[in-house]
Design a protein around this ligand. Structure first.
Ligand code: FES
Ligand code: FES
Length: 162
């Protein structure tokens, strides 16, 4: 066990961790951040995606030894809250891009990074991003998710220019 400090959603958290443990377990069990979902547990579905130092990471297959001390981690809890939804979350709701909702935290986290890196993506770029990062949804058929991302991009643009 070693001591590691992680900046999680803007707050420094000092943790005693096993370097072999999974980031998803540390987030969900040690930090009680259960918004990060674990579906496949094998890196195939993207439900467990979080942002670590500006990169999208599938936390179910990421051991703590690969997370550097003082890493900056963003989970779904750091993006919006039930009383203060992020524009991406509002766009997902408005477009019906949520059915069972299990994949949604991973898609929202993934969309956050996509729009930071590419504020005006084409529909094709959105699809490519989700494919590259293995975000999978069994319910919606993706059309409404892509609609939501396009809408979110417009909303964020309005916020940044307004
Ligand atoms: S739960 Fe991590 S990729 Fe599926
Ligand atoms: S909404 Fe059910 S898996 Fe995506």
């Amino acid at each position: 066990m070693i001591k590691k400090t992680l900046n999680v959603n803007g707050i420094d958290r000092v943790l005693i961790i096993d370097q072999e443990s999974l980031l998803s377990d540390v987030l969900r069990k040690q930090l009680q951040l259960t918004g990060t979902k674990v579906g496949c547990g094998t890196g195939q579905c993207g439900a467990c995606s979080v942002i670590v130092d500006g990169k999208l990471v599938r936390s179910c297959v990421t051991k703590m030894k690969r997370i550097p001390d003082l890493a900056k981690i963003t989970t779904i809890e750091g993006i919006g809250s039930p009383l203060n939804l992020h524009p991406i979350q509002k766009a997902f709701i408005k477009n019906g891009a949520i059915q069972c909702g299990f994949c949604t935290p991973g898609f929202v986290v993934s969309t956050k990074l996509l729009l930071e890196q590419n504020p005006h993506p084409t529909r094709e770029e959105v699809r490519d991003w989700f494919q590259k990062h293995r975000n999978a949804c069994r319910c919606t058929g993706y059309l409404m998710i892509v609609d939501a991302v396009m809408d979110a991009a417009k909303g964020l643009l309005a916020i940044s220019s307004g």
